[in-house]
Design a protein around this ligand. Structure first.
Ligand code: FRU
Length: 496
């Protein structure tokens, strides 16, 4: 049996065996096995398609396949058969990350073929770019011209073993691909390639370089126009911690600027972190049917313990909620896609409620819910919430007005998650600088069994993290140092 049929059959026969304990209710996950990066996020023939880095046979990383889901509204997804398996000489070590684009009614996937002829010697790794095409959006044929970008098309100072994650887009009459590369000085750079037909590609130049200032290898680039600016998104490995920024083992940043396609020149300012939580990596974007730029990311992080793997639940990894992006005064804003509102049920609302010390409220609890809050701080310096709470577990978040920071603390989330943390003070705690607006704090919090996504001040900052509480940890408790007024509080259960 070929590798693709083998994977499809394995999933069909084994998917019911996984342990459901930490499964999410309204986020993309694989039916069984390991997932990492989102790939090939695209609107095609009236539906959204999302692919992902996938190893069906275990809850750890292995030779990469592409898993596949589709959706009409970006929230409710349907599983489709595995799209790609590592079955060619040029992708034998894995079909690594990539992207998708529609051309002449067909769906094109552009992905990295990873090979490692001699595993003892990483110098022999090769990464090259390939195309697979589909007429029905389900079954893909790898084209005979593969690889369409080989290591011969690399500039001289680029390493053959780190050349991956093509993100394809159209600009004018031409197709372009940004591809992650590693310079011989071991720092990341983004290369730009150009094509008329998605098959023949020419090297155009270096779009941006780390020069060892913004981490080592840059993974999973994306490049797009947003509110008048050109925005580069990359996931740098080995980026040094800078106070509250870049605290994870790997980071995700955006760089806004102006790109001159003629001369391959990108004028840009500094890089900013995209998400300030623990679990957010390798984001990818696409344009939805209304022309909005939507981002989705892997809701996990390299170099951490994954309880669903440790406890042999048979699966690991999920995606974030899809988020609509905006650029306001050069700053990236993220908000969950509007379509999530269709799945709100069991509304409970409170208005103008005074809180002193701490308080729980009738009807405000659960493990699959959305909370929306508008807080007037009055003279208080601290306000926060404990969620997913019982006698043993709780996930804490609060705003500290004196520090001017929003704090997320998962030290009592239920599981030990740390392996390669950069410093001991950030093992379980993340902080992000936030300003109150007229003494008000606005929050939207999405809790989904083993995940918490927090959208702060209308999406100006976000914090995304996994947590692993017991099924009984459902309570929500509000707390303050003095007295605040909750101007508005809404809770909905989210059910697909
Ligand atoms: C990022 C990444 C990519 C690579 C893929 C392999 O998480 O390392 O650079 O293509 O994962 O699964």
């Amino acid at each position: 049996m070929n590798k693709l049929s083998k994977a499809r059959e394995y999933i069909a026969q084994n998917k019911d065996k996984i342990n459901q304990e930490y499964r999410l209710g309204y986020h993309v996950m694989a039916e069984i096995g390991w997932i990492n990066d989102p790939n090939g996020f695209v609107y095609y023939n009236g539906e959204y398609h999302l692919f992902y880095q996938y190893f069906p046979y275990a809850s750890h990383w292995g030779p990469m396949h592409w898993g596949h889901v589709k959706s009409k509204d970006l929230v409710k997804w349907k599983h489709l058969p595995v799209a790609l398996a590592p079955d060619m000489y040029y992708d034998a070590g894995g079909c690594f990350s990539g992207s998708a684009i529609e051309k002449d009614g067909k769906l094109y996937l552009m992905y990295t073929g990873h090979t490692n002829a001699d595993p003892e010697n990483p110098q022999n790794i090769r990464q090259i770019q390939n195309i697979a095409v589909s007429e029905d959006g389900i079954n893909f044929d790898k084209v005979t011209q593969n690889p369409v970008i080989s290591t011969k098309e690399l500039p001289q100072d680029a390493l053959h073993q780190d050349f991956r994650d093509p993100k394809v887009f159209k600009h004018g009459e031409d197709y372009y691909a940004v591809v992650a590369s590693c310079n011989v000085d071991e720092s990341g750079q983004i290369l730009l390639y150009k094509s008329r037909n998605l098959i023949n590609w020419t090297y155009t130049g270096v779009l941006a370089r780390s020069e060892n200032k913004l981490g080592k290898m840059w993974e999973c680039p994306d490049f797009f126009k947003l509110d008048g600016k050109d925005v580069l998104v990359v996931s740098p490995m080995g980026l040094s911690r800078d106070g509250d920024r870049f605290c994870n083992t790997s980071s995700c940043v955006y760089i806004a600027g102006d790109f001159d396609f003629e001369n391959c020149k990108f004028d840009y300012d500094s890089a900013e972190e995209i998400d300030s939580g623990f679990d957010f990596y390798a984001p990818q974007t696409m344009i939805d049917e209304n022309g909005k730029r939507i981002l989705i990311a892997w809701m996990q992080m390299w170099g951490r313990k994954m309880p669903t793997h440790e406890q042999q639940h048979g699966w690991a990894g999920a995606m974030t909620l899809p988020r609509e992006l905006k650029l306001v005064n050069g700053k990236l804003y993220q908000n969950p896609v509007e379509e999530i509102k269709k799945y709100r049920i069991n509304a409970v609302s409170y208005k103008d409620l005074t809180i002193k010390d701490s308080l729980s409220l009738e009807g405000i609890e659960g493990q699959n819910l959305e909370l929306e809050l508008d807080i007037d701080f009055l003279v208080s310096n601290k306000f926060g919430l404990k969620v997913l709470k019982d006698e043993e577990n709780e996930t804490i978040m609060y705003y500290d007005k004196i520090e001017g920071k929003f704090v997320f603390d998962r030290s009592k989330n239920g599981e030990d998650l740390t392996v390669e943390e950069k410093d001991s003070d950030i093992k379980y705690i993340r902080k992000v600088a936030v300003n109150l607006s007229n003494n008000r704090l606005k929050l939207r919090i999405f809790i989904d069994r083993s995940s918490v996504e927090i959208f702060i001040q209308d999406g100006e900052k976000t914090m995304t993290s996994t947590v692993y509480p017991r099924p009984t940890a459902k309570k929500v408790e509000f707390f303050t140092d003095r007295e605040v007024i909750i101007r508005e509080l809404n809770k909905w259960d989210i059910q697909l």
